[in-house]
Design a protein around this ligand. Structure first.
Ligand SMILES: Nc1ncnc2c1ncn2[C@@H]1O[C@H](COP(=O)(O)OP(=O)(O)OP(=O)(O)O)[C@@H](O)[C@H]1O
Length: 263
């Protein structure tokens, strides 16, 4: 479980705070969507989860351990528990697909034969076995993001952090990448945290969501709870039209009834 306790972040010379007293619990196994407009603090928040960005104040707890208090060595080990994927994939263009996926394994000191075995498992998982020797520039955006996912999973993390992972993709490719993330969540019990400004991402696969506004957390929790609250900001943002939302509501155990009528 990841827990943020009263996390604030003020960048040097920056006012107001990028994050302002944010407390949030991300349960194990969740697919947690963090929504907010541009500048709301989403990237800052996700980067605080692995301390790529250090909070100015507050604590970040992973399984009750405050990672802001770890020694640099312990923090390096802790970071291996999370993988990250990015909007623009961040692949190394001078390396083949297989060699990109191998990067975290090389850093972890895994020997070559085991590395090759793990890389081929991962490429199979993301449906890119035939592209092992291709260069990133020879792949579509969706395929490059799949390589990013394989690389992020290489060291068997417990958490996958997704920074606007589908924002650069068309809607069909977005759907297939989201389906892959959902499959990975179910198959490996991996906790996924996704920051996004796309409501559709949250609607398709998230079971929890939070809304950030100007650095403050306006709302957070399980969608199965929030969607039952008439005055929920997230509910009202996510639901526009009862008919088209019926399947979304059903996925969260809400059938017909007055909720749909007012949606
Ligand atoms: N390195 C930095 N130095 C100074 N200010 C920063 C830095 N990074 C972000 N900020 C500021 O902090 C605030 C939150 O930025 P952040 O990138 O976290 O928001 P966001 O919700 O991810 O936005 P976007 O969707 O546009 O990426 C913004 O006002 C931004 O200008």
């Amino acid at each position: 479980m990841i827990r943020l306790e009263q996390v604030s972040k003020i960048y040097a010379g920056g006012q107001p705070p990028a994050l302002d007293d944010v407390s949030l619990v991300i349960p194990d196994g969740a697919i947690y969507g963090i929504l907010g407009r541009s500048g709301a603090g989403k990237s800052t928040l996700i980067r605080c989860l692995n301390l790529l960005e250090r909070p100015t104040s507050g604590r970040v707890l992973i399984d009750d351990q405050d990672i802001t208090a770890l020694t640099p060595r312990a923090l390096r080990q802790q970071r291996q528990r999370s993988g990250m994927i990015f909007q623009h994939f961040n692949l190394l263009h001078s390396r083949t697909v297989a060699d990109n996926v191998a990067v975290p394994l090389e850093i972890a000191g895994v020997k070559r034969p085991q590395r090759q075995q793990r890389v081929s498992e991962l490429l199979e998982l993301v449906g890119l076995s035939e592209k092992a020797t291709a260069w990133p520039s020879q792949l579509s955006g969706g395929q490059q993001q799949r390589v990013g996912i394989a690389r992020a999973l290489a060291a068997r993390p417990d958490y996958l952090l997704c920074d606007e992972a589908t924002s650069a993709l068309d809607s069909e490719t977005t759907a297939s990448v989201l389906a892959l993330l959902q499959q990975i969540n179910q198959q490996f019990g991996l906790t996924i945290v996704m920051i996004t400004h796309q409501l559709e991402v949250v609607k398709s696969i998230c079971d929890h969501a939070a809304l950030l506004e100007r650095g403050r957390l306006r709302e957070s929790g399980a969608l199965s709870t929030l969607l039952r609250q008439q005055d929920s900001l997230l509910r009202n943002a996510l639901l526009h039209d009862a008919e088209s939302e019926r399947r979304f509501l059903q996925r969260h155990g809400i059938e017909g009834g007055p909720l749909c009528a007012v949606a």
